[in-house]
Design a protein around this ligand. Structure first.
Ligand code: SF4
Length: 370
């Protein structure tokens, strides 16, 4: 049985991989009846991706002594390499993202100063089985212990960055992106942005500054954010359907409010980038949703991340059609036909194969900023 490179990568996201001799779930369970899949990070054609570890018999993929088998057949000519040391970037207060094809040059500084996510207040899922976004890797209530890091100030975070990376590091950074848990209020989010931005300004940072969130929705707050940097409005749309069920009361606000927010953002920002989780909506909803945003002129770029379940229960959230790779291929064609191929590289669950993107830059939007 053979499989193309392209199909293989898609199927690894959907079905996961069994690794011989290892349990596929974390052992540090707080509650023994709940399980959380281990993550499997790998290089595929020299780009980094991530999926989950599955039980034997539930996936056609097996990793045996570093070699990948598909239905018991060794896959020759497939360049796949497991990344043994998993770097939980999302659980550190900061980390620097590097891009393989740029000789590992530093590229993006990610800041994650909030140890908790306020969205975890909300019960989510079809049966109320989750807290916070039902597709989120955090899933603190399932399995792995809560991250164990000290609460430190933004200034301490920067002190640490300069200590470890050198005082001049910001000169090499093209983008500072805040990717952190949701906060209690929009005011708090803006306060955090302002605090970080002031430090950057004082250091004469001249790259792009943005925050990935959907908590900034009013005209006043959008304007305030744009006064720091109006290059990219990084908006976490995530899904079109079942928004409250999957994201909770607060983050899952309805599409009318989404459109109002993006319409305001359009007045103040040069670009609107939308993060979207592929595999939760029906194809029809996805097509209708993006067509509407496109026709209204409310999207410049999409970051399409394939949904990878972190617990067995999460698998049930996937749209029925999205259990087959044809769904993802159809979505790709739709994006291609509508000029929505991502301009950003380095996504670990990218719908588009990184080496097929032909982006010579890490992020096309940044190249057009000045
Ligand atoms: S808001 Fe973000 S961090 Fe919080 S649960 Fe949702 S996806 Fe996870």
């Amino acid at each position: 049985m053979t499989i193309s490179n392209e199909d293989l990568l898609l199927e690894l996201f959907i079905k996961g991989v069994f690794v011989e001799g290892e349990s596929n779930i974390y052992l540090d369970l707080k509650r023994q009846n709940l399980q959380r899949y281990k993550r499997f990070d790998f290089y595929f054609n020299q780009y980094r991706y991530s999926t989950y570890m599955e039980e034997m018999g539930k996936t056609p993929y097996k990793l045996i002594q570093g070699k990948l088998y598909y239905y018991d057949e060794l896959l020759q000519n497939i360049e796949i390499k497991r990344i043994e040391e998993i770097d939980w970037g999302s659980e550190k207060p900061w980390y620097i993202k590097k891009w393989n094809n740029l000789d590992n040059e530093p590229y993006e500084l990610r800041l994650n100063p909030i140890n908790i996510c306020f969205n975890l207040r909300y019960i989510t899922g079809e049966k109320g089985e989750f807290r916070g976004c039902a597709f989120c890797h955090r899933v603190y209530t399932h399995g792995r212990n809560m991250e164990n890091r000290k609460i430190i100030s933004v200034q301490e975070i920067f002190n640490d960055i300069f200590l470890q990376e050198g005082a001049e590091i910001l000169k090499n950074i093209k983008k500072v992106l805040i990717m952190t848990g949701n906060m209690n209020s929009t005011k708090d989010v803006l306060h955090l942005c302002r605090e970080i931005y002031t430090i950057l300004e004082n250091k004469n940072y001249n790259g792009v500054f943005s925050i990935s969130t959907n908590q900034i929705c009013t005209e006043e707050s959008i304007k305030d954010l744009s006064s720091m940097d109006n290059t990219i409005f990084d908006y976490t749309l995530e899904v079109f359907d079942r928004r409250k069920c999957l994201m909770g009361e607060q983050k899952g606000y309805d599409m009318h409010k989404v459109i109002d927010t993006l319409t305001l953002a359009r007045q103040y920002f040069k670009f609107i980038r939308i993060t979207y989780v592929v595999g939760l909506d029906s194809y029809d909803s996805l097509e209708a949703g993006f067509t509407k945003l496109k026709n209204l002129g409310l999207i410049d770029d999409v970051v399409p991340l394939i949904f990878v379940p972190y617990t067995p229960e999460m698998k049930n959230l996937r749209n029925e059609d999205a259990t087959e790779i044809d769904y993802y291929k159809k979505v790709r064609i739709f994006f291609q036909n509508n000029n929505l191929v991502p301009l950003k590289n380095g996504l670990t669950k990218n719908l588009f194969q990184e080496d097929k993107l032909n982006n010579n830059e890490m992020d096309g939007l940044l190249e057009t900023r000045k």
